[in-house]
Design a protein around this ligand. Structure first.
Ligand SMILES: [Zn+2]
Length: 130
């Protein structure tokens, strides 16, 4: 008959405590009432229409950087360039990306906890009375 591995169970309990505290910390980061803009904040550079402008050389000779937000609308990628008075939308998109990064961490921790859970249960389970 299997014997319960008390060290393993103790390690499991400690890990569950650590991970659930981390989960709680991450989940609570979503509990703010500021608005988020679903998009990726990016800095863009542009060329103007003037014939003799240095921006025609391309690269960092172009005008900018300008704040913009990459968004997906109706399946298409769009670059929404922001005016100086609209820079708060850039921050809203940064905060959105931050929340999505937290969400990925939550999913990973959840999977890790479930994996540990399954291992502990498997270690405790017998398949037959023999
Ligand atoms: Zn130019």
């Amino acid at each position: 008959m299997k014997k319960p591995d008390k060290d393993r169970l103790s390690r499991y309990r400690q890990k569950v405590h650590r991970k659930t505290e981390e989960l709680m910390r991450l989940c609570l980061k979503a509990a703010h009432d500021d608005l988020l803009l679903r998009g990726t904040p990016v800095l863009t550079y542009k060329t103007c229409g003037k014939q003799n402008c240095k921006c025609r050389e391309g690269g960092d000779k172009r005008h900018g950087p300008y704040f913009a937000v990459q968004m997906r609308r109706e399946g298409k990628q769009r670059n929404l360039t922001l005016k100086a008075s609209e820079e708060h939308f850039f921050n809203m998109a940064q905060h959105y990306q931050y929340q999505m990064s937290n969400r990925r961490k939550i999913v990973a921790i959840e999977a890790e906890l479930l994996d540990e859970y399954d291992k502990v249960i498997k270690a405790r389970t017998i398949w037959d009375k023999a």
